[in-house]
Design a protein around this ligand. Structure first.
Ligand code: SF4
Length: 144
């Protein structure tokens, strides 16, 4: 079975900043076709759950209290890439909208709730290394 890296929150792990998961109902179907490797870059990068939400602003990642968490986000991205290389993973399904896992949109960096076009830190690094990224709205393409 081909392996796919997947945002841990999408398989039901309670790793989001608010301590909740983001379970996706198509995960069950994915498991019939692929071996899923759940991973949360923010947790693996050293942040706690729950945690203060963070957004990307001018090349840095800042949390809502103004703390610079860029290093933790980068560490999480590098660990995600390491796993992909080690397990020869070529596809990742990442939760859109996240400052780590977003692929089409992210928050605007001002904690206003507004979304803008953009990619998360992990998404960017994986893409730069040839890994094909799907978000949760594109899972059906992998089930055809
Ligand atoms: S960093 Fe990614 S895997 Fe972790 S909670 Fe956020 S969207 Fe889910």
């Amino acid at each position: 079975m081909e392996k796919i890296l997947i945002s841990a929150c999408l398989v039901g792990d309670k790793v989001r900043y608010d301590g909740k998961s983001q379970y996706h109902p198509l995960v069950k179907e994915l498991l019939q076709k692929y071996e899923l490797v759940p991973f949360c870059p923010e947790v693996e990068g050293g942040l706690t759950t729950p945690r203060v939400p963070s957004e990307i602003s001018k090349g840095k990642v800042l949390n809502k209290e103004g703390r610079d968490v860029t290093r933790q986000f980068q560490t999480g991205a590098e660990l995600a890439l390491n796993i992909c290389k080690y397990l020869q993973i070529k596809i990742a399904i990442l939760k859109d909208g996240s400052p780590s896992c977003g692929s089409s949109e992210i928050h605007d960096g001002r904690f206003t709730g507004r979304m803008i076009k953009g990619k998360g830190i992990t998404t960017t690094l994986l893409e730069q290394n040839g890994i094909k990224i799907y978000n949760e709205n594109e899972i059906e393409e992998l089930l055809k």
